[in-house]
Ligand binder design. Sequence first.
Ligand code: PLP
Length: 431
Amino acid sequence: MFKLINTRSKKLFEQAKKVIPGGVNSPVRAFKSVGGTPIFINHALGAYLIDEDENKYIDYISSWGPMIIGHAHPEIINAINNQSLKGTSYGIPTELENKMAELVVSLAPNVDKVRFVNSGTEACMSAVRLARGYTNRDKIIKFSGCYHGHSDSFLIQAGSGASTLGVPNSPGITKGTASDTLLANYNDISQVENIFKNHQDEIAAIILEPIAGNMGCVLPKKDFIPQLRKLCSKNGALLIFDEVMTGFRLGLGGAQEILGVDADLITYGKVIGGGLPVGAFGGKKEIMDFLAPDGPVYQAGTLSGNPIAMAAGYAMLNHLKSNSDIYDSLNKKTKYLKMGIEQVLLKSNIPFQINSIGSMISVHFTDDPVIDFETAKYGDNIHFKNYFHGMLSNGVYLPPSAYESYFLNDAISYKDIDYTISSLSKIISKI
Ligand SMILES: *Cc1c(COP(=O)(O)O)cnc(C)c1O
């Protein structure tokens, strides 16, 4: 229905499928939930992606978060170039790691010490292991629709009926692992209270996205997070904020600062690496000191604290620190986008909800407020597919799944947003 010349992308995808499972290195890239062929990117600059067929797109995914100041930003590129001339990996400490850790500790609330890893997955996996080791308990509570990477403990879905016992949502995850993850619905505090009642002294931690972005953008109800904090403190469990998405995106202090709630452990990824593979987890000194080599909980990594990755992350965080008005700017741009989309959709008969905070926003084609995974699933996927492909064919790259938030980058201009809104007007009758 929508025309996009993508001859070369199609050819590359066919070639990719022969040697890479599904043709991609991360499933969401394959366009499975929207259909069609993924586009292959040739290069990116500022707010724009340019694909292998020389189509240009305004980029609303920003590499799923990291590229908050736009692509190929000179400060990041210079940092990478300069470090690369000194060698790419040593597996031996560097001063750069100290500087990066000092910067994170100075910016992130409740982080006395931080350990760097290579991805958000690793950060969350390691934080949970640390919580288990520190509390000497096995079980964790996670919320349906929150994503914490692909490590076994997190690939768990709700079991049947009212049971909070998790079951694997991928083959390859053992029942034993699944039974240590207890599931609750986001924004449902009574479920969490019940879990604590039924599993007294068994819960090592609650892990959650304090502001969720992996079922679309879903905000916590006003008292939800403070109540989780209280339940954790009361029951001797740790509260882990997964800020892989929100950390350094919603502000220098992340969701902790916005919500005014202190977490015991906090995980980072995405923005913290400036587009290179960096994850991190941090927290109070007495908990972090439980990690090897000082403590008993093992955790390691050949490329952890990699000098090029640290150089990129350090340049990124320094840039954000010196230009913290960027958050205000992103906030305003996102509100402007939201208003524009709203005005176009209101003129149609299509039901919709728009959830948004800071530079995160998602459009759901449903009448019901989207407050958890269940209500996110009410979204009409036919409308979503047409919306996605319509926008793509007009040069607007939105997330190819209704369960993903958009991430604005500050290179996006008001002119780009106006263009985005007028593109929606153009296609609205066809979605
Ligand atoms: C992306 C994401 C992860 C996983 O990070 P990877 O770097 O993809 O492993 C974990 N938690 C949240 C909230 C995320 O958004």
